[in-house]
Ligand binder design. Sequence first.
Ligand SMILES: Cc1cc2nc3c(=O)[nH]c(=O)nc-3n(C[C@H](O)[C@H](O)[C@H](O)COP(=O)(O)OP(=O)(O)OC[C@H]3O[C@@H](n4cnc5c(N)ncnc54)[C@H](O)[C@@H]3O)c2cc1C
Length: 461
Amino acid sequence: MKSIIGIIGGGFSGCILAHHLLEKTEDLQVVIFNKSSRIGPGLAYEPQSSAMLLNVKAGKMSAFPSIPTDFVDWLMEQNQFPLKTKSEISNSFVSRELYGQYLETSWKNTHQKYADRISIIVEEVLDVSKPDKEFIIQTENNTLHAQYCVLATGNELPRNPTISNNSFYQSPNYFQNPWSIDCELIDNQKPILIIGTGLTMVDTVHYLREKNKNGTIYCISPHGFKILPQGEAEDTYDNILHKIKIEDRLDSLLAEFNLAKKEITKKNGSLESLINYFRPYTGKLWQGFTTEEKSFFLRHLRHKWGVARHRIPPISYEQIKQELAEKKLIILAGKIKDFEEKTAEINVNYWSQLTHTVESMKVSCVINCTGPEADVSKLPQGLLAKLYKNQLIVPDELLVGIQVSVRDFRIKNSHHTEHFYALGNLLRGELWESTAINELREQAIQLSLQIEHAEKTKKNC
Ligand SMILES: Cc1cc2nc3c(=O)[nH]c(=O)nc-3n(C[C@H](O)[C@H](O)[C@H](O)COP(=O)(O)OP(=O)(O)OC[C@H]3O[C@@H](n4cnc5c(N)ncnc54)[C@H](O)[C@@H]3O)c2cc1C
């Protein structure tokens, strides 16, 4: 009997995994479930604005590590950049929309080649169970029985900040989903509050301006604004980096990091090359850290790492700098206490890190850009909330993902559910860095090898 795999999520992770599985196995049937009919781009690469850019240069965004120029070659074929050379395109930051089109095209090619082995179900998966030997994957209108099941569900909505008046979150002037803002509901001139000062905030500011929202934009986060541009690494500092010993323990590693940082700073250099140097080791190092070390990192170093690691394209950085200089964009360090909505006005009370008192401001709407909810125990609804309730997924000890064996991507739970896998964001607790394309494309290959192996073992039994 042919095996069936149900892949929940038709974004980058789900599609690229399906591609490798179809290439590697002979008769495995692949069923992809996705909430929307567009397969490939997922949340990140179906942006609200065509002006939103990738945060990584095109040359590093191939979906397939074995064909490093795949994305750039595709871009060259599109005649989007008629006067640019391959090397110039490779070094540029192109739009996320274009990247989404590339993923969609790439998926269509896979679909065409293996049409008889692929089914797409455009519906939300509501539940997964494994009462016996097979998974039962349930949507409103479909039930699939499968031998394998993969969670490739990507990014959840941000968590609502804790306030005393939760009814505010029902207001049409509150946008919990920063990736799908109905700008028709927002006044063109009145002030806006964005909660969060990271990459999503930057995207949202650009988008609001594009839609002629000209009022002052306030942004608030505990640390205020510290976003850096990509491409600062004018020198690779090889002579300094080569001296670094990749230690296992966090304190020794920090000592090595700080020593190199000191030398680079002395030369007025940027830390980008230092971060880039550490990136390939992060997964291995993270796995070797003790729980105390991981907790210490999350409490004291997470923000610093995030600032140095998550950078934006220089052009986007310049626009934000200009907004700040003209005081059209105002960044506050602090914490939301409460919202009180009166007719056409929201009074925001927040704790200010600057004055150490509770301050107030008036805005017309509030947009939540605090980043996807990572703690599955806090999800109010949806598939992961259900799986958590039924103990099919268990949060990792740091509450930033779920328990997964990184050796073979198997989801760990007390039922020891066989052939149940996860990839992408859900692995953050196990790997820390598990979100960028270069990480996800490797995970998809490794997981496809696991499933290929499981299939071969099954056939030989
Ligand atoms: C705004 C943004 C910009 C980014 N920019 C970059 C960048 O420039 N470079 C880089 O390397 N990385 C970037 N990333 C990180 C990364 O590439 C993405 O997060 C990555 O696309 C994740 O892919 P995924 O398939 O795991 O998840 P997603 O793309 O989120 O796809 C998951 C899919 O699963 C579906 N789904 C979820 N639950 C269900 C369910 N119950 N039933 C059916 N379908 C379901 C969703 O609808 C979605 O289509 C960015 C991320 C974001 C959010």
